[in-house]
Design a protein. Sequence first.
Lengths: 354, 430
Amino acid sequence: MTQPAPRAVYLQASSLLNAAGNSVDALFGPAPTPSPLAFANQITAFHVETPALERRLYDRKIQRSVEDQGLRLLDCVARLAPAVQALPSAPERLALCAALPEVDAPSPCWDAIAALGENPDALLASLFNNTPPLHALTLLNSSVMSYVAEALACHGPMAGYCAQESAAFDALYEAWQLLREDRADSALVISSSPNLTPAVYLREEAQPPLTPLGEGAAALLLSQQPSADAWQISVQHCVRAYCPVGADALAIAQERLTACLSQAHLQLSDLALVVADPSDPLLQALLPGCRLHSSRSHTGDLGASSPLTDIAYACAHPSHTAAQQARYVLLCSHSRQGHLGLLLLHLSPQEAHA
Amino acid sequence: MSRTRIVITGMGAVTGFGFEWPSLWQRMLKGEHCVRPWQPEELSDDSFPVRYAAPVDMQQLPTELAEHPAWHTDLERRTRFGWIAASQAVRDSGLNASALQHAAVLTASGAPQHMLADMRLSLNGDAAPSWQTLFAQRAALHHEGTFRQSNDRLARVIADDFGCCGPVLNISSACAGAAQAIGNALYLLRRGEVQVAVAGGADSVLNLDTLGALYLLGAASSEQRWGADLCRPFDRDRSGLVAGEGGGFLVLETLEHALARGATPYAELLGYGSSLDAYRVTAPEPNGRGAILAMRAALADAQLAPTQIDLVNAHGTSTPLNDATETLAIKQVFAEQQHYQRLRVCANKSQFGHLIAAAGAPELICSALSCRDDRIPPTVNLQHPGEDCDLDYCANQAVDQPVHYALSNSFGFGGLNTALVVGKYVEARL
């Protein structure tokens, strides 16, 4: 039993949706202003208007039966469809790795709850008579994965994650490995921020968000094939750990950082760009002397879709424009719960491969 | 470079049969099931259409587990079951704290709880329900409910309890969740990311909200003529899933790590595969395309030919569509030399119900024990196989035969498919 040599993995395309817009360039323009939440004026957040789905790609019933967080993601994925369709992958060689937050209170509940308010003694009748048959679909992250798979004819390996900020990093990690190990030719990595309901503020009340939360979605297309863009972007290495506050968090993080950089024989000073939340105390301590870049000022904390948004941001960063040489970019993701993810990207100008 | 071998060295299961796997296994081999009359605690008038389930019986909680912090912490029911199952698995493995320090934790944790009760806090007199009302009353929210407990709480509770600082992942792929957790753990160990992983899942849909939703979707059976013998995978009279609850966890290690500390593996985890139906959200692809892809991917990953498999532990939900499509898919995958005619198939859900996101974990435990003991638990309540169900399903009686390799299917809602391959542990594998 032997293992084949790992394949190279390239970033082919990305698609975003957040308060700044749906173009990566918008992350480098004027920052939008967060606005108060409808249910708590004292809290501000970056809102996104719920998109209308592309009818040529999705059945129109989906618009009515999917939660807003799912609709944002499906809208985002639709913009990747041309890139997916341009790849020569067979459907069973196209993987799907998803980071989708749990839906805490599905929209169809509201009608049932209202009916319960009118007739509190008729619990079951209120519930059943006012809940659409497909109510269960809105509860399930797998429904959204299913819609993506159906729309893009994606039959390949799959993986779904739901662990707040770190889920997208796990999805990206798995996609990277599926391609490296030649289990797939291409992989869609998709992520969505959670609906901004009370739950996202109450679950971790002891650890409030460092920056205002935001609504959004992000999707990447990875492939064994390099893209035809000006820069070829490949995933060099990816490292994960769990270092909750109170444990030897910094020591664990430092050990993982060293492991990540040593894969490319690098030191921190060799990096052209470090993308990390500048307000995160652990990341500040982990990356002393580094200027930390982030898209959060334009998007807010997007939770599960933060890492993929930051990857698109890192790859499009204006600092690459004048560069002539290949360069390395490090992305650091650290959840409030303690999940750490480090991603090392290699960017090389197309000429280098001519 | 030779491939790293991964073995199972610890197991824990919480099901309607109790709080440990040895009694689960013994009772399953006797042909018992733990489905019984059930109704949601919110109702007391037998009006709920789903009348049977396989709940965890807290009366069976062993004294030595009564003081476990899982029962004394604000947690959802699913998280408690999962924490207990993971603790049992770790204890079973004999791993010490230092070995667990770098371990990974991978969990699948299913449906949120107390949602309906919490949502009622959004009501304020005659006004329409609103988040604003609910947020103002947040102090009244259930501390063990979805507004206070995140979906990945189980993963973090386990990691914190055992001081694990490897990757901590929470899986979300519906009924394929626990199998994906175990499959991802297999990959992660093979890749050398860690030497030890604790993987599995926990779920409880036995509440008005979630089982009500499954009923409205047409997935849960409301049939009453069979009494508690309602879960009838592959039978002509199967009528829908019968929900169970609980959790299952496995400790997985590299063989090198296990042998170095003197552990005796239960079985070897050999392969994992997954796929997407990309068909319809509410029904499996009628030709079993996705199931076939997942099973073939798992066999390829295990580097085994289909003819080497002795047992398929089927997803076997007792729904008309799944059981027929899965049978069709098995016949396709094991078509060579008409191996499907010699293959044994069993459906553990007939005995402890459908554990939804957690299902794949206790079912893999059963497959591993089949390999260890050369015994296959029966598919109970199978009296008259359906027209489209024509395999050997080990009906109603355990089968004693050599089981060198077993394949375990878990198919998730929305067409998310997984398969795991487990084998008898042997010192040298050619």
